[in-house]
Write a protein that binds this ligand. Structure first.
Ligand SMILES: Cc1ncc(COP(=O)(O)O)c(C=O)c1O
Length: 389
């Protein structure tokens, strides 16, 4: 990328990793929709960097370079989904008989892959409240080989102190992986806070338009990168060039979207705090948020995710979902469209009630992903649905 040595985040978001096509001048990196790459000769094998699109693809490479320019670190890898990024990272860095420590409130898919799949290969997982780094320290065993946190967590928004947990991890030479999906590198950069690997479901804010599913990891240590790349190639969990192309376009407006969506989220949270049918509201930008000090310390903004507890439990939650008009009842998050989910009847329907309550997912919990529509319209829709309860 030409220009000053350290262009600002917003400039890197638009330009990093991509240069006009030398042959045609096309301003966008094309979708290299090709399985394989012709080699000039046997002696020149891999001279141009590509052999087969499971191992590497130029459109995906451009996105990986851009993500590295935003997160920092030695390099990035893109995957078919966020869960592919998580699974490959765990399979690359852990052996049978190893133990890992995870946040007790990690995304359900991360919980599922460790407790229902990787456990069958002899991996042991402990889920602890990583809000306090002392809990992480206490959970470490002789065979602990990885710490995996997610902050803010989905859907509870519980925070982990990234710097404090990274310090515990570093003192023992254990890699700390942070799922940074909810805030993106625009608002939070775990590698700068001492983490070793940062991970995304690019499905969310990076692509941002409900077009594609994808994932990424960025590693500080090139050895981790090589280990994870090896597993990605073995499993065939790579991102497609079409998805990389969509994500390269979506990421250009990531910071601008997040600024506007965060403003909407704050206005919505403030409105919800005043409604008589709302028991409580959680948004890291509210003074009432229990970890507000940590939110302000480790992130430069609060994002577009919030939740509230509606009075009247499961029945009220269901009625609310059915009477909202502008908010879409859908499971994704981080898109320009505003989305709503009722965790108990949707994303966490399979979880036993006691376990769910212990994780902070109450019967009336409604998760909101504030989009880019007018805040007035979004609030008016919530008001008419809440007034009708
Ligand atoms: C925080 C977080 N991490 C990872 C994932 C998994 O990503 P994907 O759905 O792209 O596989 C999700 C999906 O919702 C998520 O919310």
């Amino acid at each position: 990328m030409s220009g000053p040595d350290k262009p600002s985040f917003k400039t890197r978001e638009v330009h990093a990793g991509v240069a006009p096509d030398p042959v045609t001048g096309a301003i966008l990196t094309p979708i290299y929709q090709s399985t394989t790459y012709v080699q000039e000769s046997v002696d020149q094998y891999l001279e141009k960097g590509y052999s087969y699109s499971r191992s590497g693809n130029p459109t995906v490479t451009a996105l990986e370079a851009r993500i590295t320019a935003l997160e920092g670190g030695a390099g990035s890898l893109c995957f078919a989904t966020g869960m592919a990024a998580t699974s490959c990272t765990l399979m690359a860095l852990l052996d049978a008989g190893d133990h890992l420590v995870l946040s007790d409130v990690v995304y359900g898919g991360t919980h599922r892959v460790t407790t229902k799949v990787l456990n069958r290969w002899g991996l042991e997982a402990s889920f602890v409240d990583t809000a306090d780094a002392a809990n992480v320290e206490a959970a470490i065993r002789d065979n602990t080989r990885l710490i995996f946190t997610e902050t803010p967590a989905n859907p509870t928004l519980k925070l982990t102190d990234i710097a404090a947990v990274s310090e515990v991890a570093r003192a023992r030479g254990i890699p700390h992986v942070v799922d940074n999906t909810f805030l993106t590198p625009y608002l939070q950069r775990p590698l700068e806070l001492g983490a070793d690997i940062t991970l995304h479901s690019t499905t969310k804010f990076m692509e941002g338009h409900n077009i594609s599913v994808g994932g990424s990891i960025t590693a500080a240590d090139p050895t981790h990168l090589e280990q994870i790349m090896f597993v990605r190639n073995c499993l065939g969990s790579n991102m497609s060039p079409m998805v990389a192309f969509y994500t390269l376009q979506g990421i250009k407006t990531m910071s601008t979207r997040l600024e506007a969506q965060s403003q909407n989220a704050l206005a919505i949270a403030r409105f919800l705090e005043t409604h008589p049918m709302v028991e409580r509201v959680a948004y890291p930008g509210l003074e009432s948020f229990p970890q507000k000090e940590l939110a302000d310390r480790q992130a430069s903004g609060h994002g577009s995710m919030l939740w509230f507890e509606v009075k009247g439990g499961v029945a009220a939650g269901k009625q609310l979902m059915d009477t909202l008009e502008l908010w879409s009842l859908a499971e994704n998050l981080g898109s320009v469209e505003s989305l709503v989910t009722h965790s108990v009847t949707m994303t966490h329907a399979d979880m036993p009630r006691e376990e769910r309550l212990a994780a902070g997912i109450t019967d009336g919990l409604v998760r909101l992903s504030a989009g880019l529509e007018s805040a007035d319209d979004l609030i008016a829709d919530l008001k008419q649905a809440l007034d009708g309860l």
